[in-house]
Ligand binder design. Structure first.
Ligand code: PMP
Length: 456
C-alpha cells in the first residue's frame, strides 16, 4: 500500500496498516481484526476511543460556532477550557495559550521565555540560551527539535538548529548513578553539572532550563529520583533562569496527578501540555504560564507576540473541555494512578526475571520496558536489530493485536530500545492483564526471532 499511498509516511511499516474504526480500548483494522491500544497511540488516548459525549459536543460546537480568530475574539470554549486548566493547577499557574500540537506548544514556550526577559525592567536582551537534557524529545519543529537531546531525530537537521542550546545529563536511576552513589549524591552531582553549564555559557545569557518531568518518547517513561527537580529549580533560581516543564507526553493525568510536576514539589514558570488534553479527539496542545511570567508581561506590553490562525479553535477547545469534564466526573486521574499500580505489579510479575528486560519503570499509567543484551552489563542491542520496532510489529500481528509504542536508536548519546505501555485511564484491571499478556507474547516472540537470526 505504501507505494500507492498518497500520504508521505515515515516508513515505519513498509505496508502501513489501515485502521477503520475504534472503540474503548480497541482499534479495529480494515480486515476487522482488533488491536488493543496498549499505548494509547503515543500516550494520547485517555478516555478511550469513540466517546459519544465528545462526538456530540464536537457536532454541536461546529453547528453553533465553527471558527473565529482568537487574536480578535474570545469564545466560551477557549475561555472555559483555560479556566479549567488554571483551576487544575490550584491557581499556581496564571494563564493558558492553546495551539495545535506539542511541538508548537514548545516553540511557544521558548518564545514566551525570551519575551519575559525582554519585558523585564530593565530588559535582559542577552538572555538567548536554553539548556535542556540529553535523551529528551520536545517536538519536530525547528525550535522544539533544536532543544531536543535526541541525536537520531536531530542529526540530519543539525545545521538548521539553534546553536544557542546545550544539554546536560538526564536523571535516570537505571543508568545515571555511579557505583555506590547515593540518590542524594547523584542529585548533587546533576545539580552541579547544571550549575557548571550555566557558568560555562555565562549566566547572564541563559533564558531557561527545559525538562520533561517524566521522560517520554526519547528514553521511555523515565521518572526522576526524589529531590532532583527541587535541586534543579534551586540552581535555576540562583541564576534567575526560568524553568520550563514539557508535559506534552507525561501530563494531563497520565502519571496519576493532573500535572506531573504536582509530584515533584516544584512549580514551573511555564509548562506545556498536549496529547491527553484532547485525548486524541482533536489536535490540541498548549502552554500554561506561571504568575512570574504573566505579571511581567502584564506590566510590560501585556501582549504575547505569537499568533496562529487555528490557535484556540472553538471546536477543538470544546472537545478538549469535554474530555477534561469526563476525566473529572469519572475521577480518571485517580483511576490512572490506581490502574497504574495494577500495571506495575503485572509488568513486574511478567518481566522482572526476563533476561532481556533491563529495566521496568514508569509512573501512573505511563510505563516502559528497556531491553538489553545483557542485564549484568546493561549493554543495549545493536540498533540494526531494531528490537523495539520488532516487538511492536509482533504485537500488531497477533490476535488480538496490541499497540506498543517503540523507541529505538540513539537517544542518550547511546543505543537503546524500549517500548511504552500507556493505555487509556478508563482501562479495567482485566484489560490491564490482557495488555500485559499480549505484551509478553509480543516481547517473547520478537526476542526469540531476533536471537535466532543473530545466532545464524
Ligand atoms: N514534547 C514531548 C515530551 C513529546 O513527547 C512530544 C511528542 N511525542 C512533543 C513534545 C511534540 O508533540 P507533537 O508531536 O504533538 O508535536
Amino acid at each position: 500500500m505504501s507505494a500507492k499511498s498518497a500520504v508521505l509516511y515515515r516508513d515505519l511499516h513498509k505496508d502501513p496498516y489501515t485502521i477503520a474504526g475504534a472503540s474503548g480500548l480497541y482499534l479495529r483494522l480494515s480486515d476487522g481484526r482488533p488491536i488493543m491500544d496498549g499505548s494509547g497511540g503515543a500516550a494520547v488516548s485517555c478516555i478511550g476511543h469513540g466517546d459519544e459525549r465528545v462526538r456530540q459536543v464536537i457536532a454541536s460546537q461546529v453547528t453553533q460556532l465553527d471558527y473565529c480568530h482568537s487574536l480578535f475574539f474570545s469564545c466560551d470554549p477557549s475561555e472555559n477550557l483555560s479556566r479549567t486548566l488554571i483551576d487544575s493547577t490550584s491557581g499556581n499557574m496564571a494563564r493558558v495559550f492553546i495551539v495545535n500540537s506539542g511541538s508548537e506548544a514548545m516553540d511557544a514556550a521558548l518564545k514566551l521565555a525570551r519575551q519575559y526577559y525582554m519585558e523585564l525592567s530593565p530588559p535582559q536582551p542577552q538572555r538567548t540560551r536554553f539548556i535542556a537534557r540529553h535523551g529528551s524529545y520536545h517536538g519536530n519543529t525547528l525550535g522544539a527539535l533544536g532543544i531536543s537531546g535526541h541525536k537520531s531525530r536531530r542529526s540530519i537537521y543539525e545545521p538548521l538548529l539553534s546553536p544557542n542550546v546545550s544539554h546536560v545529563s538526564v536523571c535516570n536511576a537505571y543508568r545515571g548513578p555511579e557505583e555506590q552513589e547515593t540518590t542524594e549524591a547523584y542529585v548533587e552531582r546533576l545539580a552541579r553539572e547544571l550549575d557548571r553549564e550555566i557558568q560555562r555559557v555565562n549566566p547572564a545569557t541563559v533564558c531557561a532550563f527545559v525538562a520533561e518531568p517524566v521522560v517520554g518518547a526519547a528514553l521511555g517513561c523515565v521518572p526522576s529520583v526524589p529531590g532532583y527537580f527541587k535541586a534543579m529549580k534551586a540552581i535555576c533560581d540562583k541564576y534567575g533562569v526560568l524553568l520550563i516543564f514539557d508535559e506534552v507526553m507525561c501530563g494531563m493525568g497520565r502519571t496519576g496527578t493532573m500535572h506531573a510536576w504536582q509530584q515533584e514539589d516544584v512549580i514551573p514558570d511555564i509548562q506545556t501540555i498536549g496529547k491527553g488534553l484532547g485525548g486524541g479527539y482533536v489536535p490540541i496542545a498548549g502552554l500554561i504560564a506561571g504568575h512570574r511570567v504573566i505579571e511581567t508581561l502584564d506590566t510590560g506590553t501585556g501582549q504575547y507576540i505569537h499568533g496562529q490562525t487555528y490557535q484556540a479553535h472553538p471546536m477543538v477547545c470544546a472537545a478538549a473541555l469535554e474530555v477534561q469534564r469526563i476525566i473529572e466526573e469519572q475521577d480518571l486521574v485517580n483511576r490512572a494512578r490506581d490502574m497504574g499500580r495494577v500495571l506495575e505489579t503485572k509488568l513486574k510479575a511478567a518481566f522482572a526475571a526476563h533476561p532481556q528486560v533491563g529495566n521496568i519503570r514508569g509512573r501512573g499509567l505511563f510505563w516502559a520496558l528497556e531491553f538489553v543484551k545483557d542485564r549484568e552489563t546493561k549493554e543495549s542491542f545493536d540498533p540494526a536489530l531494531a528490537v523495539a520496532m520488532t516487538i511492536h510489529n509482533e504485537g500488531i500481528l497477533q490476535t488480538p493485536g496490541i499497540m506498543l509504542y517503540p523507541g529505538t536508536g540513539s537517544a542518550d548519546g547511546r543505543k537503546g530500545d524500549h517500548i511504552i505501555i500507556a493505555p487509556p485511564y478508563t482501562i479495567t484491571a482485566e484489560e490491564v492483564e490482557m495488555v500485559v499478556v499480549a505484551a509478553q507474547k509480543a516481547v517473547d516472540s520478537a526476542i526469540k526471532r531476533l536471537l535466532q537470526s543473530r545466532d545464524k
